[in-house]
Write a protein of this length. Structure first.
Length: 197
């Protein structure tokens, strides 16, 4: 059975509180923004959200940084048709990022709750873009087979944490903890204890 990201999906997992609600999302956004600004040593100006869904990150980001440019991409025909124009969302599958470079490297790159649903072949195609399109910090929220995560298990890929760590580090991203990764552009300037490895 193919997974469909339609209105019923977003109602179930986002609007009906399936993944924690608005307060949890606001804390996640605040963490990502603060981490990026700490390492950039200035307010963020640009956010790229890969696998953005309906653009749930946009409103809390704009509340914190109204002047920051937000750009989102998702494979959901429903989400793009309904919210694309108003929220600056565009259609793309993750694998499209093998070639797609829609903007300069963003201060904050978001890829939240995406990678663990992708078949390995698609993940491998798009993964290099996460490093190439990140100029500051990437918030890459991913769950592994070691986690006892609750939520949508349809098409979940139960990969070990080492699978993601190895591939993200190979791209030059450096772990900061709490799903945050420092871009290759800034990694050389980080002190030893700022990094999680």
């Amino acid at each position: 059975m193919t997974k469909t990201y339609d209105r019923a999906y977003f109602d179930r997992w986002y609007r009906q509180g399936g993944i924690g609600g608005a307060a949890r999302l606001a804390r996640k956004v605040a963490l990502a923004v603060a981490t990026a600004e700490y390492h950039l040593e200035r307010p963020i100006r640009s956010v790229l959200d890969i696998g953005c869904g309906e653009g749930a990150w946009r409103a809390p980001l704009r509340k914190l940084r109204p002047a920051a440019r937000y750009l989102g991409f998702d494979s959901s025909d429903y989400a793009i048709a309904r919210h694309g124009r108003r929220r600056n969302l565009h259609h793309a599958r993750f694998a499209d990022f093998a070639a797609l470079r829609p903007c300069a490297p963003a201060d904050l790159l978001v890829c939240s709750d995406v990678l663990h649903y992708l078949p390995t072949r698609e993940l491998q195609h798009g993964l290099p873009a996460l490093a190439e399109l990140c100029g500051g910090v990437a918030f890459i929220e991913v769950f592994t087979r070691e986690d006892e995560a609750e939520g949508d298990e349809h098409a979940f890929q139960p990969r070990p944490a080492s699978f993601y760590r190895t591939r993200l580090r190979a791209l030059g991203l450096r772990p900061l903890g709490s799903h945050c990764w420092l871009s290759p552009m800034l990694a050389a300037d980080a002190s030893a204890l700022e990094l999680a490895d």
